[in-house]
Design a protein around this ligand. Structure first.
Ligand SMILES: Nc1ncnc2c1ncn2[C@@H]1O[C@H](COP(=O)(O)OP(=O)(O)OP(=O)(O)O)[C@@H](O)[C@H]1O
Ligand SMILES: [Mg+2]
Length: 273
């Protein structure tokens, strides 16, 4: 069974430390829910695992079955079996979706697939995720709605068939039907042995996919780990108890961003009037 192991990970963005010692292990066949207040480092963790160039790993390690993930390029990480469904999937103008999928799938095979094999697989995947097949002819995410982009991320996950899928707020923007389709796809892939790290702010998706474990990220560290009951507690009580019970102050973003906002009152406050 494969394991993705993160040890004492410190990551910064533009010189600002965001992750301050993350320890987390993800095994194949399990679904780990990752929760935490806004801006506390969840997306930073997922981006660092995938190798996003904006995030600098200052210290710590990430290994996949003992292999050093941090020494791999992004495409090597992908071929090793790591997949990231981004919180904000970008538009890639000029890159046709079907061409992109074909190139990505052929990259992980010794010999390229036949066109028939590729298109019949692609058609089946589009049908399963409930996306009109005509969209495979459009440029990747170009002009796609928020929900369409999220569905598209799950479609990519199915086509690339990773060992570990990191899903960053995959439920945001999905309508009720799409949420059910996505949840079903996650459960099926989990049963086949994939490991999932799922970030969401809402209990609804978690109720559908039944995570095996949960972890809460606060101030760039995993403040608490537990079973699915942790999700319910956060859904009903928020994060305040982490401060009162565990003695961990939940840091808020500081500085001028909080003081200056659009509006006369805020401007007056900022000017000290
Ligand atoms: N490219 C960047 N430039 C500057 N700051 C950044 C950048 N990316 C992330 N940050 C900062 O890093 C911190 C952690 O952000 P991150 O996106 O990891 O939070 P999150 O836990 O995923 O929040 P949310 O629940 O809102 O998605 C935030 O303060 C954010 O502003
Ligand atoms: Mg995020």
């Amino acid at each position: 069974m494969s394991e993705l192991v993160i040890k004492d990970l410190h990551v910064s963005v533009k010189g600002k430390p965001i992750l301050k010692g993350v320890n987390l292990t993800l095994r194949q066949g399990e679904t780990l829910a990752l929760l935490g207040p806004n801006g506390h480092g969840k997306s930073t963790l997922l981006s660092a695992i995938m190798g996003h160039p904006s995030f600098t790993v200052d210290s710590g390690s990430i290994t996949l079955d003992g292999k050093d993930v941090l020494a791999m390029t992004v495409d090597e990480r992908s071929k090793a079996g790591v997949f990231l469904a981004m919180q904000y999937p970008p538009e890639i103008p000029g890159v046709n979706s079907a061409d992109f999928y074909k190139a990505a799938m052929n990259e992980r095979r010794e010999r390229p697939m036949s066109l028939f094999q590729f298109f019949s697989g692609l058609q089946a995947a589009y049908k399963e995720i409930g996306i009109p097949f005509e969209m495979s002819n459009r440029n990747l995410n170009e002009g796609f709605s928020g929900g369409e982009r999220k569905r598209n991320e799950i479609l990519q996950m199915k086509l690339l068939d990773p060992k570990f899928a990191l899903l960053d707020e995959i439920d945001s923007g999905l309508d009720v039907d799409a949420m059910q389709i996505v949840a079903k796809a996650i459960e099926e892939e989990e049963a086949k042995g994939k490991g999932f790290l799922v970030v969401s702010h809402y209990a609804r998706l978690y109720e559908m996919i039944h995570p095996t474990r949960a972890a809460v990220m606060v101030n760039g560290r995993i403040a608490v780990e537990g079973g699915p009951e942790l999700i319910k507690r956060i859904d009903t009580q928020g994060y305040e108890w982490i401060k009162t019970e565990l003695g961990i102050p939940v840091e808020k973003e500081e500085g001028p961003m909080n003081k200056v906002s659009i509006g006369v009152c805020a401007t007056k406050e900022a000017l000290g009037k």
